[in-house]
Design a protein around this ligand. Structure first.
Ligand SMILES: C[S@@+](CC[C@H](N)C(=O)[O-])C[C@H]1O[C@@H](n2cnc3c(N)ncnc32)[C@H](O)[C@@H]1O
Length: 465
């Protein structure tokens, strides 16, 4: 899995998710439920959330915006709470022998055991002739399972049984945390090791919310006050975020048609991603290499600060979107046709990672993270960091970042690199935890290479040349 996509992430609900509160008791349309079930089925077959949802919406072309929103929210939330949903179904004695009904049961358990909706109302939405056929489970069995499911409390799902009696958590603290946060055991084990129980829970609670939508002002062409005013004029609620260019906005369909986004005065960018660019601190005219540029979120931000940016990525497909985005932003970014050579004033290594810090955006990524995957990412990160280091001129800077909450994908890469490369020193190291900082969980480090002997001219970013 790679890091979180940035600019094309529009359409996420800005609403923060809260479990345990019945939100809607209205009867869901059969088409909305059918689209949700088809997408949840896709998840069950191992498809990534985005593809499962896209396939289902393509299969249900006639459904309206409200129905699409229900299908998207249900699939997204089932992808997030899958472990809880399956545990709830075991407690509800759901039949296990009918694979065709798995999606239906997961949808049912999500609404009752996670969302806290009344069992009878949800069972009614699934009544035959129902939104899903073929199906083997009867209406009576759906209602029986619904009534036997555990219910959520203020702290989250699996708080009480169907009769309202408190449920005891598993005795193993790793399993208890993993179940509460709906993550695989190795994920919980790492958080417990690095944060302790209370903070690990807070971290998982933060990761299990929907991401807030944040914009980055294109500092080359507008001030934050100007963009805030333009958004206000378009009727979009917005407020300054933490960093100098950040604006938090409500997620509205009209946002992407508003003048600042249409004309490249602002881009969607997570607040932690913006902090990575801040740590680069390019001086005007400095030559920066973005070695893992993807579709160019950080390359554009570097260019907006006056850097001459060369963008490269191992995936040509990911880079393909960058020229269009750069044109819209009025940014000078050169997309390299082959792996760059030569030396740069600065190199950004926004490395491929597990995405464990970005579950708000990609909730299903957690199910692809195991110990072997973390080890593979760590190895790839060490390699790409070494490749980046070779492109830094004496006196230049090397910035390394991952959107991961695992020590293995941060300190565990940079520490051994510094031990083996005396030519670099740590100038800044930051861990951004999702429960302590706005934006995704990130690790970032700025390393500096001392100038060649006898050359000490300062660049705009404080490094020397
Ligand atoms: C976290 S994403 C980059 C996101 C991007 N910087 C942005 O801000 O939108 C990591 C990227 O690393 C790329 N990648 C993976 N291995 C690489 C390698 N060895 N060299 C260069 N890029 C690599 C992936 O294709 C992916 O686009």
């Amino acid at each position: 899995m790679e890091g979180p996509p940035q600019a094309s992430e529009g359409g996420q609900e800005a609403r923060r998710e809260e479990v345990g509160r019945p939100r809607s008791r209205e009867l869901r349309s059969r088409r909305a439920v059918a689209a949700a079930l088809a997408a949840i089925d896709g998840l069950g077959e191992g498809r990534p959330l985005r593809l499962a949802l896209a396939a289902s919406l393509a299969e249900h072309p006639g459904i309206g915006p409200k129905e699409r929103r229900h299908a998207a929210a249900a699939t997204r939330s089932v992808a997030r709470w899958l472990r809880v949903v399956d545990a709830a179904l075991i407690r509800g004695h759901a039949p296990r022998s009918i694979p065709a009904d798995r999606a239906l049961l997961r949808y049912l358990a999500w609404r009752v055991a996670v969302e806290g909706e009344p069992p009878e109302a949800v069972a009614r939405d699934l009544r035959l002739p129902g939104p899903r056929r073929p199906r083997a489970i009867s209406d009576a069995d759906v209602l029986r399972v619904a009534r036997a499911l555990p219910r959520p409390g203020p702290e989250g799902p699996l708080a009480v049984d169907a009769a309202g009696r408190p449920l005891s958590p598993p005795s193993d603290p790793v399993v208890a945390l993993a179940l509460a946060g709906s993550v695989p055991d190795p994920f919980a084990r790492r958080l417990l090791r690095d944060l302790g129980e209370a903070e690990a829970r807070a971290c998982l609670r933060a990761l299990n919310r929907d991401a807030l939508l944040t914009l980055r002002v294109n500092a080359a062409r507008a001030t934050r006050a100007e963009v805030l005013a333009a958004l206000g004029a378009a009727g979009i609620e917005a407020e300054p975020g933490e960093g100098p260019w950040a604006i938090r906005v409500e997620d509205r369909a009209s946002l992407f048609d508003s003048a600042p986004l249409r004309t490249g005065l602002a881009e969607v960018q997570d607040e932690s991603s913006q902090r990575v660019v801040e740590a680069c601190r390019p001086g005007p005219g400095d030559r920066w290499l973005d070695l893992c540029a993807g579709s160019g979120g950080k390359a554009l931000a570097l260019a907006a600060l006056g850097a001459e940016v060369t963008a490269w990525d191992a995936s040509a497909r990911r880079l393909a979107e960058l020229p269009r985005r750069a044109h819209r932003a009025g940014a000078r970014v050169t997309v390299a046709r082959e792996a760059p050579s030569g030396e740069f004033d600065g190199v950004l290594v926004d490395a491929p990672c597990s995405g464990s810090g970005a579950l708000c955006r990609e909730p299903d990524a957690r199910w692809r993270i195991d110990d072997a995957a973390v080890a593979r990412f760590q190895e790839a990160q060490a390699e790409v960091l070494r490749a980046g280091a070779r492109r830094v001129r004496p006196g230049g800077a090397l910035v390394f970042a991952t959107c991961s909450v695992f020590q293995e994908e941060g300190e565990g890469v940079v520490g051994p690199f510094l031990a083996a490369n005396e030519g670099f020193r740590m100038a800044l190291e930051e861990r951004r935890w999702p429960h302590r900082h706005p934006g995704a969980g990130f690790y970032l480090a700025r390393l500096e290479r001392p100038p060649a002997r006898g050359r000490t001219r300062l660049t705009g970013n404080g490094a020397t040349r």
